[in-house]
Design a protein around this ligand. Structure first.
Ligand code: NAD
Length: 533
C-alpha cells in the first residue's frame, strides 16, 4: 500500500505545516478546464487559516468548452458495455483504498474535518463503487414485458444514457458528494461535467486524476471551477441532466433553471433532522451513537441530527450520558486520527453557528455543553453544543444550523415525538431509539424523511448502498444510491415488436365493432386470471 503523503514536510520547512506540496497542487489544478488568462482565487485551510491553493477559475465560455469536450467523448464511452465501464469503477475502488493517505490529507486540509470523517468518505466511495460495479450492469440491462396483445406483442425497455450529466457539489463531503454521483452517471454511459465548491476543488481534481489512472478515457469527465451562480449556472444551462447537492434555496434556483430547459434534475438539499429516544431505549447505546449522529463532520452534515426528542421518562438519564460524552469530545486540527471534532469549514459557517447559538440563548435557551468558538485551536473551531429549552422563536428551532449544535426537547408520548420530528418543511433523515423493534419499525414509517435509522446513527442508512437515499418535501427531489440512483441518469425507451399479426385485425372491423370487441376483451381480462399485460 502506498504511504505517499501530499502534505509538505514541516520538518524540512517549518512554514509548511498544514500546507500541500506546491508541485502537487499545480499538477492537480492543471486538470481544470480554464482559459490561459484565468483569474485565480486562493483557498485557505480551516485547520489553521494558512493559504492552501491558488485555484484557476473557469468562465461560462470554459463551461461551454468542457461540455462540448464531454459531448464528443460520450458516444465512445457509451459504446462500451456496462461491464467494461464497471471494471473502471473496480480499479478506482482499489486505487482509492491503496492511496487513501493522499486523499485523507487533502480532504482534511480543505474541509477542516477529522481524519475519521475523511476516512468515512473513502469508505463510502469504496462501498458504493463495489455495489455499482457488481449490481449496476444488471440494472442497466434490457427488460422485457408482455405487450398489449399477449404473446404477439413483445416490449423491451432499454436504458439510454442521458448524454452529458452536470454534477454540482458542496464542500462538506467533497469526495462522497462528487464521486458518489459521478460514478453511477459514468456507469450508465454518460459523460460528466462537475463543478465542485472552490473550497474543496482539490479533492475533486484528485478524484478525477484517480479515475483517469483507473482507465476512464480522456474527455469523459471534465472539471470546471468557479462560483455558484456564474459557473454553476452555466453548467445547468448546457447539460442534459443536473445532479445538484447543496442548500434548499439554491436547489430551488437550480430546479427552476432545469424546469425552464425541461431537463431532469436530482436535487439533494438541506435537512432539519430529528431523533426520538423512546422510554424503552438502551440509553448508553443511544448516547454513544447520537453523539456521532449530531457531531460528525462538526455537524456540517446534511443528514446530521439537529433535534433530539426525548421521552420525559428517560430524558434526564439520557442527558447525563449524552452531555458527558459531548463534553469529552476532543477538538483537533491534527492530520491524524487523534481528534473527535474538526474545524468548521469557513468564516461564514463560524458566523452562522455563533449567531444561531447567541440567538437561541437570547430567546431563553440553556447551554448544557459547549456554546463557544475556540480560536485557540484554529480560526473556525466551535465547541460541540447542546441547547435545552429552545424557544420556537429561535432561529435554530426550525432553520437548519448545519453546525455542531443540537437542541433538546422533551415529550410525553410517541405521537408528540412524531409531531416534533416531522415539524417544518424538511424531510431528509431521522432516527428512532427503542428496544422494541416492532415499535421502532412502526414509528420509522411515520417519520417524514427519505431515510430513518432505528437504533443506529446515519451510517446504517447512508452506507447501505442498495437502498435509495434522498429528501422528501423541501429536502430534495430524486434519490441517490440503489437502483433509483443509477436509473436517474438514464432515459427509458420502450421498443414494442409485433409478431405474426398486427392491430389491423381489430381496427379493420370498423370503429364501432372495434370499440365493442375491445370492450369485451377488457371485461374478459378483468374476469380472468390470464396474464394479460
Ligand atoms: P450551496 O447551495 O450554497 O452550494 C452548493 C453548490 O452549489 C456549490 O458548489 C455552489 O458553488 C453551487 N451553487 C451556488 N449557487 C448556485 C447557482 N445559483 N447555480 C448553480 N450552482 C450554484 O450549499 P452549501 O452551503 O455549499 O452546502 C450546504 C448545504 O447543502 C446544506 O443546506 C446541506 O444540508 C446541503 N447538503 C445536502 C446534502 C444532501 O445529500 N441532501 C448533502 C450535503 C449538503
Amino acid at each position: 500500500m502506498s504511504t505517499e503523503r501530499t502534505v509538505a514536510d514541516p520538518e524540512s520547512d517549518p512554514t509548511a505545516t498544514w500546507a500541500l506540496d506546491p508541485g502537487r497542487v499545480r499538477g492537480l489544478t492543471s486538470r481544470a478546464v480554464v482559459g490561459d488568462d484565468a483569474a485565480h482565487v486562493t483557498t485557505v485551510t480551516p485547520l489553521s487559516g494558512a493559504p492552501l491553493a491558488a485555484l484557476p477559475q473557469s468562465t461560462p465560455r470554459d463551461v461551454t468548452r468542457a461540455v462540448a469536450q464531454a459531448r464528443a467523448a460520450q458516444p465512445g464511452w457509451a459504446a462500451r458495455t456496462p461491464r467494461h465501464r464497471a471494471a473502471v469503477l473496480l480499479r478506482l475502488h482499489d486505487l482509492l483504498l491503496d492511496r487513501q493517505s493522499e486523499i485523507l490529507d487533502i480532504v482534511q486540509l480543505e474541509t477542516g474535518k477529522t481524519r475519521l470523517s475523511a476516512y468515512e468518505e473513502v469508505a463510502d466511495i469504496a462501498l458504493n463503487c463495489r455495489w455499482l460495479a457488481r449490481r449496476g450492469p444488471k440494472i442497466l440491462s434490457d427488460r422485457t414485458y408482455r405487450g398489449i396483445v399477449p404473446v404477439l406483442t413483445q416490449v423491451t425497455q432499454v436504458q439510454h444514457p442521458k448524454g452529458v450529466v452536470g454534477v454540482i457539489a458542496p464542500w462538506n463531503f467533497p469526495l462522497v458528494l462528487s464521486l458518489g454521483d459521478i460514478m453511477p452517471a459514468l456507469l450508465a454511459g454518460n459523460a460528466v461535467v462537475v463543478k465542485p465548491d472552490n473550497q474543496t476543488a482539490l479533492t475533486m481534481l484528485w478524484a478525477a486524476d484517480l479515475l483517469a489512472t483507473a482507465g476512464l478515457p480522456d474527455g469523459v469527465l471534465q472539471v470546471v471551477l468557479g462560483d455558484g451562480p456564474g459557473v454553476g449556472g452555466a453548467v445547468v444551462d448546457a447539460v442534459d441532466h443536473i445532479c445538484f447537492t447543496g442548500s434548499t434555496p439554491t436547489g430551488r434556483v437550480v430546479g427552476r433553471q432545469a424546469g425552464e430547459r425541461l431537463i431532469s434534475a436530482s436535487l439533494e438539499l438541506g435537512g432539519k433532522n430529528g431523533a426520538y429516544v423512546a422510554d424503552d431505549a438502551d440509553l448508553d447505546r443511544a448516547a454513544e451513537a447520537l453523539v456521532r449522529d449530531c457531531f460528525n463532520n462538526t455537524g456540517q452534515q446534511c443528514i446530521g441530527i439537529e433535534r433530539l426528542v426525548l421521552h420525559e421518562a428517560v430524558a434526564e438519564a439520557f442527558l447525563d450520558r449524552f452531555v458527558d460524552r459531548v463534553r469529552r469530545l476532543r477538538l483537533s486540527a491534527a492530520l491524524d486520527f487523534s481528534g473527535d471534532i474538526g474545524a468548521l469549514t469557513s468564516a461564514a459557517q463560524l458566523a452562522k453557528i455563533t449567531a444561531h447559538v447567541e440567538n437561541a440563548v437570547e430567546h431563553g435557551a440553556v447551554v448544557l455543553a459547549g456554546g463557544r468558538p475556540r480560536p485557540d485551536i484554529g480560526p473556525w473551531f466551535f465547541e460541540p453544543t447542546v441547547l435545552d429549552r429552545v424557544s420556537p422563536e429561535a432561529t435554530c428551532y426550525a432553520g437548519e444550523t448545519f453546525g455542531p449544535v443540537v437542541s433538546v426537547y422533551r415529550v410525553s408520548s410517541d405521537a408528540e415525538a412524531l409531531a416534533l420530528v416531522n415539524e417544518g418543511e424538511m424531510g431528509l433523515n431521522g432516527a428512532v431509539w427503542t428496544s422494541n423493534l416492532h415499535r421502532g419499525r412502526r414509528l420509522a414509517r411515520q417519520v417524514v424523511a427519505g431515510t430513518v435509522s432505528v437504533n443506529e446513527a446515519y451510517l446504517t442508512t447512508w452506507g447501505s448502498s442498495a437502498a435509495p437515499m434522498g429528501g422528501r418535501r423541501a429536502s430534495g427531489v430524486g434519490r441517490r444510491h440503489g437502483r433509483e440512483g443509477i436509473l436517474r441518469f438514464t432515459e427509458s425507451q420502450s421498443v414494442a415488436v409485433q409478431r405474426v399479426m398486427g392491430m389491423g385485425v381489430l381496427y379493420g372491423q370498423g370503429p364501432e365493432r372495434f370499440a365493442k370487441t375491445f370492450t369485451l376483451l377488457l371485461k374478459a381480462a378483468r374476469a380472468t386470471r390470464f396474464p394479460w399485460p
